[in-house]
Design a protein around this ligand. Structure first.
Ligand code: SF4
Length: 155
């Protein structure tokens, strides 16, 4: 997998202390993106799922997938998320795709059964709100996939 960085102990990408994995590559190209250097699919370094798991298991933290957009590597994200869940950690995933787009695509939705929470949708500069927790603009939703009251359950 193409990984830009792995940051341990972050508190801004979901609840509690987390290990955030930044995956390379994004085609959404949101104006005002906080991390445009992450758009390059050839940036970062190649890591196997086993190598990523070795880093994840160095701490007892839950895990967040971000980037870039991790769903451009959805098949491998599914395998990685499964391993992390089996190790007893929760998985949050940030994607520039909306939940509706993810659900409509068999490829993008492959990892869903191993993801606890998705923060969905592109960053929209005109909707930027620095007071929002865990997201940059108000169009983005925090969707808890195991919570029957989460916003996408009617889809
Ligand atoms: S989806 Fe995220 S990483 Fe991609 S352009 Fe938008 S804000 Fe940047």
């Amino acid at each position: 997998m193409k990984v830009l960085d792995i940051v341990r102990g972050t508190t801004v990408d979901g609840p509690g202390f987390r290990t955030a994995i930044y995956f390379a590559g994004c085609e959404h190209r949101c104006p005002g993106c906080h991390n445009p250097q992450s758009w390059d699919f050839n940036a970062g370094k190649e890591m196997t799922i086993s190598e990523i798991m070795d880093v994840v298991m160095e701490e007892d933290f839950d895990v967040t997938f971000t980037g870039g957009d991790p769903l451009y590597q959805a098949s491998q994200i599914a395998y990685l998320a499964k391993e992390i869940k089996e190790a007893g950690h929760t998985v949050w995933l940030y994607s520039g795709f909306t939940m509706e787009e993810i659900l409509a695509s068999p490829a993008l939705s492959k990892p869903l059964q191993w993801i606890d929470t998705i923060v969905d949708g592109p960053f929209i500069e005109s909707l930027r709100d620095p007071d929002l927790q865990f997201r940059g603009s108000s169009n983005q939703r925090i969707i808890h996939l195991n919570d029957p009251f989460s916003p996408y359950i009617t889809l």
